[in-house]
Design a protein. Structure first.
Lengths: 413, 279
């Protein structure tokens, strides 16, 4: 085959998968007998629709998508657990599937038996499995608990053991489903290290997740699934940006229904809030480091004197990242009459780390007989920041990083 | 799409090359583990499992030889009863435990690619280990009674194979039928009771009127148990061939086993690709 392109490790061509869900489910023979064996109606759920892609040998390939987008179905079709209705799947090389850590673990057996069983289920032969028991137990750092029944293990020990088996299974093609969702930070760190090692070993890995930072970190390429269809495929950063946008669009619908809330019977009503990019176009996602504008439109229903307009930016986790208000202007905002509208804007160079953020605007009266909140809308608008600088912090402040080396001789002098 | 999709496929479905070995390995490992859990989990482990057929034997023995006064004129009736109960218990235990096995092991079936038939097979296999141990006890009893080992005991091997084949077939069928029909469990419970009385366990086939005898002998369990009795305990008892009215008639129970096996194979072949999503 010299001269021809190298065969793909995984080839998926026009794969469709439908689930037939009976409208009335007869769970027993009695019900079947009473209702006859006629076929009740079926509802067809489309799990996957015309999915095609290929993964090259040695590639770390990410599959991302929201819950229910079909990514686990795809993985199960690849693994051969589900059959496909249309299309073909070819896998070249020895394959192992990790849909869950510790599959088949029996709590009533000691670590050793469980390691052997788990390894066999993952595709090792019994002799290979037994040969690796020691390596697995050492990696999991569980030597002194080797003979303990698994039911007496702590959850951390359990996960460590399961993960240790997984990395001992040296298949050429690995299918991994959100294995990293478990475990504490230290354990996840260990997982990441192993992932890097596998990646450097040139294994072919198909990784299903909704952890975008993991996709950006490990994957050579990624594929975005939405309702069983391939929405985009390519460089991880672009795909994860689109994933966040898809997610965001979904949330927007929820916001829109809330916006029809009829509580307009107040002096001022926060009608809408949105983000604009540096060209002044409304956007649903922002790029880190670029100039952007938050705007809020307020409808005035009754006469108002010197209201204060407040704007806060909140992170997904609810942390107040930034807040500002018209009070900082140092002057009165003036008097407003019924029917007027106010649009206030905050312009800044976006320092936010990648993730989802919300604007929570507020109109208040600081003085006068009606002092208090006139209107507030928590999370009136959302945006998704995309960027490369994802180190887990909320903001990325422009800064210099310097390093100065002081030798031992200088110190003693 | 990458250009290499046009390259010829080098490999078929995953693991197809090692399919049968993997099938056997998983079945054996699951069965061994289950056996270990059952017998090494508690101090009395194996003793408990032995207790069950022995207790049933004890009760039936007392009732039928001392209360109902039955079996007095049957040679070595207690041994015949014990042997029949051990063989029957294997069938009843394996099928009873297999019935919900696929549904119980849902987590495994949905997460690891392997043929579903492994599950009921491994349950039946665990019971066969148990059967082996119980047969040792039967042999001890037989020897203690003073029956000398004979070459005819070797007949037990093909009989056991046939019994295991029947049990495996029924276990697999029940497990796969339980997926759409969850009332299979109580149905099978009743069916087991009927089978128990329809099999010469506490009675012997000679006492059955001639017309009914041949019908009863169509039941493979009856044929197996009667032949085992003839071979091991009482050579004067009619063989399976004699009680069914001719060796040719033995093809009926054999055909029943063969049909059940074939049916289960067909059902698993059909269900294999869709079973995981129907659980």
């Amino acid at each position: 085959m010299a001269g021809e392109p190298q065969a793909a490790a995984i080839t998926v061509e026009h794969v469709s998968k439908r689930f037939r869900v009976p409208k009335e489910r007869y769970g027993t023979l009695k019900e079947r007998a009473l209702h006859g064996f006629r076929r009740g109606g079926y509802e067809t759920l489309e799990g996957l629709h015309d999915v095609s892609f290929s993964v090259q040998p040695g590639e770390f390939f990410g599959v991302v998508g929201r819950n229910g987008s079909g990514k686990s179905t795809l993985l199960k079709c690849l693994a051969g657990i589900y059959s496909t209705d249309e299309g073909s799947i070819r896998v070249d090389g020895r394959m192992s599937t990790f849909i869950e850590l510790g599959v088949g673990f029996n709590p009533d057996l000691a670590a050793e038996d469980n390691v052997v069983l788990n390894a066999i289920l993952l595709g090792l032969s019994p002799s290979e499995a037994r040969r690796r028991v020691d390596a697995v137990i050492d990696f999991a750092e569980l030597r002194e608990f080797k003979d303990m029944k698994l039911k007496n293990y702590s959850s951390g020990m359990y996960v460590r053991l399961a993960f240790a088996v997984m990395i001992q299974v040296d298949a050429e093609v690995l299918l991994i489903d959100e294995v990293l969702a478990v475990g504490d930070a230290a354990f996840q760190h260990k997982c990441y290290r192993e992932f890097n090692r596998m990646r450097e070993d040139g294994r072919t890995i198909l990784f299903v997740t909704h952890d975008m930072s993991a996709v950006n970190r490990f994957c050579h390429r990624a594929l975005l699934l939405e309702r069983g269809r391939v929405v985009s495929m390519g460089i991880p950063h672009e795909v994860s940006g689109e994933y966040l946008a898809v997610n965001f669009r979904h949330e927007r619908k929820v916001d829109a229904t809330e916006a029809t809330d009829p509580l307009r019977d107040r002096a001022a009503f926060i009608a809408e809030a949105w983000f604009e990019d540096e060209r002044g176009e409304r956007v649903e996602f922002l790029t880190q480091g670029q100039s952007c504008v938050c705007r809020v439109r307020v409808e005035i229903n009754w006469e108002l004197h010197d209201p204060t307009f407040v704007l806060a930016i909140e992170s997904e986790g609810g942390a107040r990242v930034f807040a500002t208000s018209s009070a900082w202007l140092g002057q009165e905002t003036g008097s407003f009459t019924a029917g007027e509208q106010v649009v206030f804007s905050v312009t800044f160079d976006n320092p936010l780390a990648p993730g989802r953020y919300y604007i929570s605007p507020q109109v208040t009266l600081l003085t006068g007989p009606q002092a208090g909140v006139v209107d507030r809308r928590d999370r009136a608008a959302a945006t998704v920041v995309t960027g490369t600088d994802d180190d887990g912090a909320l903001v990325s402040i422009p800064h210099d990083f310097t390093l100065e080396r002081i030798s031992a001789r200088e110190l003693s002098a | 799409m990458s250009a290499t999709t046009s390259a010829p496929a080098l490999a078929g479905r995953p693991q197809s090359d090692r399919g049968w070995r993997r099938f056997a390995t998983i079945t054996l490992t699951l069965a061994k583990n289950e056996f270990k859990v059952r017998y090494f989990g508690s101090v009395l482990g194996y003793l408990w499992s032995l207790m069950r057929p022995l207790m049933v034997f004890g009760v039936l023995y007392v009732v039928f030889t001392h209360v109902v006064r039955f079996g007095g004129d049957i040679q070595n009736y207690p041994l015949k009863l014990l042997l029949a109960i051990v063989l029957w218990s294997f069938f009843a235990e394996a099928t009873g435990q297999s019935i919900a096995s696929l549904v119980q092991r849902e987590g495994l079936l949905r997460k690891v690619p392997f043929p579903p038939a492994v599950i009921p097979l491994s349950v039946a296999l665990t019971s066969s280990f148990n059967l082996g141990l119980n047969l040792v006890v039967v042999i001890v009893f037989v020897l203690v009674t003073g029956i000398a080992p004979a070459l005819s005991w070797l007949e037990l091997l093909p009989l056991l194979l046939l019994l295991i084949a029947l049990t495996v077939a029924v276990s697999m069928l029940l497990a796969v039928l339980y997926v759409p029909f969850r009332d299979m469990a109580p149905i099978w419970e009743v069916a087991t009771q009927m089978l128990f009385w329809g099999t010469p366990i506490i009675y012997v086939i000679e006492t059955v009127p001639k017309g009914a005898r041949e019908i009863l002998m169509a039941n493979p369990l009856a044929a197996i148990i009667e032949q085992a009795r003839h071979a091991m305990i009482d050579p004067s008892a009619p063989s399976a061939a004699a009680s069914s009215g001719g060796a040719v008639r033995l093809l009926i129970p054999l055909a029943v086993v063969a049909i059940l096996l074939a049916l289960s194979l067909v059902l698993y072949r059909r269900a294999r690709s869709t079973l995981a999503e129907r659980l």
